[in-house]
Design a binder for this molecule. Structure first.
Ligand code: LLP
Length: 417
């Protein structure tokens, strides 16, 4: 997303910052996720700087990467957290992110989760339905607290991204329709136990243009005016996340262009801007390192069978997402269209199809690039595969920030009956 790229080839081999990936793989069994802390810092700083002219809070979307070390690093730089579950609240707090920098989104918060978040003292709930508002009211009364809320509005704009990750169209399950917004605010502001503090939207993920963000703000502004004239003044405008990254040849706006576009729509307003970036902070700060187990050639196909699978990185199977696949040590010679597949027993278990790849030997390391966001967090134990390790690099050092799961981890909590 900006100048710093930690994953570069030196002497024909892939480095993460100053460490050869091969050196890490000598010590840590593949597959593993590998993150560059300098890149995380760099991305966060660029984002923060881009909005310097306006009061703002960057609430990192924990769902993109919820490792405690990642959250802690961002928290120390001033980030808050956008959470969507009690588990994410637990992680954010454990990582040292102050509760008053946490916003809670999501259509299905349970009463228990609401209670935990009120007790923790989060900055605000982004409320997505009137029944949820009732649940928050109920819990706040019971706990004799005031809960801070904003409503998530569905602005009905097309984010022009993959349909599974569009969230701001009227047929999506997210937010309240604009037509119900004013009444919702009137109801909430009449409640003792609620403090109405903001308005929120999030229209989708991996957006590569600024226009949909701008359209959404334009659609929200008349509501702000109506509320203001009825004496309902808000402190926060939460514009969600969604800024895309380059996986292949996309050219999404950088944080500066993104900030310019947003700020031009809100610069006359006194509100604090809340941003919920996930992918744009962490996506290109991480890769998945795997090893070539076997090569198989048929009349129809050439397959590289690697030791990582759809349970480790779900995005290609789930969204046909493109991830660059690179041999960790550059190889000469001709390239052949190759399917890069994992050991899971499903035809959908692939990282790439018909991808031009050079000839590689068994045991060669292969990296799936741009895997720092929605990589580990979407991994599972399918096929009883232990979840992989996560490793972080800082300069010439590296550390395991989550150890690989063991077989005992796989059956933890199970009982034979
Ligand atoms: N805020 C809310 C309320 C969200 O639902 C999301 C993402 C974000 C912020 C962060 O969006 P980002 O800046 O990362 O685009 N698994 C999919 C992406 C799902 C995104 C869900 N919501 C993928 O791998 O592409």
């Amino acid at each position: 997303m900006n100048g710093y790229n930690p994953f570069i080839f030196k002497d024909r081999e892939l480095y993460c910052e100053e460490v050869p990936v091969r050196e890490i793989a000598r010590e840590i069994e593949t597959p593993f996720y590998l993150y560059s802390s300098t890149t995380l810092e760099d991305h966060f700083r660029s984002f923060d700087k881009a909005f310097h002219s306006c009061p703002h809070l960057i609430c990192f979307a924990v769902k993109a990467n919820s490792n405690l070390a990642v959250l802690n690093l961002l928290g120390k730089m001033g980030a808050g957290a956008d959470i969507v579950s009690g588990g994410e609240l637990y992680r954010a707090l454990r990582a040292g992110i102050p509760a008053d920098r946490i916003v809670y989104s999501g259509v299905g918060k349970t009463e228990k989760e609401i209670q935990e978040a009120i007790e923790a003292g989060i900055l605000m709930f982004n409320v997505e339905s009137m029944e949820e508002l009732e649940a928050i009211s109920r819990q706040a009364r019971r706990l004799r607290c005031r809960a801070r809320i904003s409503f998530r509005i569905n602005p009905d704009v097309d984010p022009k991204t993959h349909p599974y990750i569009s969230t701001g169209l009227k047929e999506n399950k997210f937010g309240l329709p604009m037509s119900q917004a004013f009444r919702a605010y009137s109801t909430a502001s009449s409640r003792e136990e609620l403090e109405v503090v903001g308005v929120d939207f999030h229209i989708g993920s991996q957006l590569t243009q600024v226009e949909p963000f701008v359209d959404a703000i334009k659609k929200i502004r008349p509501l702000l005016q109506d509320l203001e004239s009825s004496g309902i003044g808000l402190k926060f405008i939460d514009v969600g996340g969604g800024l895309g990254i380059r996986y292949r040849d996309e050219s999404p706006p950088g944080p500066d262009a993104y900030a310019r576009a947003l700020l031009s729509e809100v610069k006359d307003l006194p509100h604090t801007l809340i941003l919920e970036p996930g992918r744009s902070i962490v996506g290109n700060a991480g890769i998945l390192v795997t090893k070539l187990l076997y090569t198989k050639e048929t009349k129809a196909k050439k397959f590289y069978i690697i030791d990582a699978a759809m349970n480790d990185l779900a995005r290609p199977s789930l969204y046909q997402a493109y991830h660059e696949i690179l041999p960790v040590v550059e190889a000469d010679g001709p390239v052949y269209p190759t399917d890069i597949v994992g050991p899971v027993c499903e035809t959908g278990d692939f990282f790439a199809r018909e991808r031009p790849m050079p000839c590689l030997n068994r045991g060669s390391l292969i990296a799936a690039m741009s895997a720092g966001a929605y990589g580990f967090t979407m991994s599972s134990n399918y096929n009883s595969r232990p979840r992989v390790a996560e490793v972080m690099v800082r300069g010439s050092q590296f550390a395991i920030i989550r150890r690989r799961e063991t077989y005992a981890d796989l059956v933890r909590g199970e009982e034979i009956w």
